[in-house]
Ligand binder design. Structure first.
Ligand code: PMP
Ligand code: GLU
Length: 408
């Protein structure tokens, strides 16, 4: 069968592939520890589960409006107003099949063939393929590991050309586990004031997972709350990470004022694609956004403790280095002189992929190689600490043992 060229040349998601490789080994009975999936190990809060079950029992099993019920859209708009300082109404919100599809819809809606899209890197593996599927050209803005991989307003501005159409701004960041300060976000918005053609796609899916416990400076703000770009920012968020709802597949996008024209086009596209999320999940969106802050805070506290554990362990490991994880649940680790060495089973570790493959096969620890995150990811790998503390300690011990056995 003929496969369309744009799909044939697209890479598969390396976060999903790495997770699947770990699961396949575990299914053979091997005691694999997974530090690959970006997925909380907690259960969805009980009140959120109950809201969906109640909706099912009430018979809410028919098509819902494509962009979501008015109650769910209102809950999102209220959240964005009260917590993020965005000026949007329910009509300016759409609820999507995960944040992933919100980003896909936004890129399809905004990008014409040949348009350049700025992407600070390392960046989550799915942005570049989605930009390219829309016909866009990825323009990486590489972040320096020594500065938490964070790019400045000046660095972004230097990459702007007359063809630049959008900036994908993920904050806090997957895979780096770092977060732009509120001052840095404001500086980027102020810089964009001089570039009115550029739309911002702000992916804030990790906004609730920030750890001032590890660095009192860890704080941020939503770029969509900055007046310079308020009406040309599409803010994307979702339930997966903060509420431990990855399998529910619920995200959303919103844009205020003039930006709402893009949301209307996204809803048009959604109506031709998924027709929105499962109808009985709508009350769960309302419940999560309005009645779950205690659950979110207890998960956040647990992630902060694991972030400390990981950052302290990596700091004492031979060859490796990583910025302290002050957000999300990732550490993005430079391989340093481990690259090029030989594993206990005799593999030459000449790339992050080879390193992660050997770490999985020989030490039974699943991680994600850094290449597909771009930029400094080409010499790094990612671990996710969204697993139990006991597994994390054991996996870090195996990683240390593996490094100590590398030879020249
Ligand atoms: N954005 C980022 C930065 C992510 O890490 C993920 C991974 N889940 C998503 C978006 C997509 O999340 P979901 O589709 O589960 O809402
Ligand atoms: N976003 C998560 C990750 O980075 C889940 C997998 C995916 O969608 O990429 O691991």
């Amino acid at each position: 069968m003929h496969i369309a060229a744009r799909i044939a040349r697209m890479a598969e998601s390396s976060t999903i592939a790495a997770t699947a490789r770990g699961k396949a080994l575990a299914a053979k009975g091997l005691p694999v520890l997974s530090l690959s999936a970006g997925e909380p190990d907690f259960d969805t809060p009980e009140n959120v589960v109950a809201a969906a079950i109640d909706a099912l029992r009430r018979g809410e099993t028919h098509y819902a409006p494509t962009a979501g019920t008015s109650e769910a859209r209102q809950a999102v708009a209220r959240k964005l107003r009260d917590e993020n300082g965005l000026g949007c109404t329910a009509a300016e919100v759409t609820i999507t099949v995960g944040a992933k599809h919100a980003i896909y819809l936004a890129l399809q809606t905004l990008i014409d063939p040949g348009d350049e899209v700025l992407l600070p890197t390392p960046a989550w593996v799915s942005y570049a393929p989605m930009i390219e599927l829309a016909g866009g050209v990825v323009v990486e803005v590489p972040g320096d590991p020594a500065r938490g991989y964070l790019v400045s307003a000046e660095e972004i501005e230097r990459a702007i050309t007359p063809r630049t159409r959008a900036l994908v701004f993920n904050n806090p960041i997957n895979p780096t586990g770092t977060v732009h300060s509120a001052d840095s976000v404001r500086a980027i918005a102020a810089m964009l004031a001089g570039h009115p053609r550029i739309t911002v796609i702000a992916d804030e899916i990790y906004e609730k997972l920030i750890y001032p416990e590890l660095d009192p400076q860890a704080n941020t703000c939503s770029i969509g709350s900055c007046s310079e770009v308020a009406e040309r920012t599409i803010t994307v968020n979702g339930m997966s990470k903060a509420y431990a709802m990855t399998g529910w597949r619920i995200g959303y996008a919103a844009a205020a004022g003039a930006g709402a024209a893009a949301i209307r086009e996204m809803i048009k596209l959604q109506g031709q694609m998924t027709n929105g999320i499962a109808s009985f999940c709508m009350p769960a969106v309302v419940e999560a956004l309005t009645n779950s802050s205690a659950s979110v805070e207890s998960m956040r506290t647990a992630f902060a403790a694991r972030a400390r554990l990981v950052s302290e362990a990596i700091a004492t490991m031979p060859m490796l280095s990583a910025p302290t994880s002050t957000a999300a649940f990732y550490s993005f680790i430079q391989l340093g002189t481990a690259l090029g060495r030989v594993s206990p089973a005799g593999r030459r570790l000449d790339s992050p992929s080879r390193f992660c493959e050997a770490l999985l096969d020989e030490a039974l620890v699943a991680t994600v190689p850094g290449e597909d995150f771009g930029g400094a990811g080409r010499t790094a790998f990612r671990i996710s600490f969204a697993c139990s503390e006991a597994d994390l300690r054991e996996a870090l011990g195996r990683l240390r043992g593996f490094l100590e056995q590398l030879t020249d």
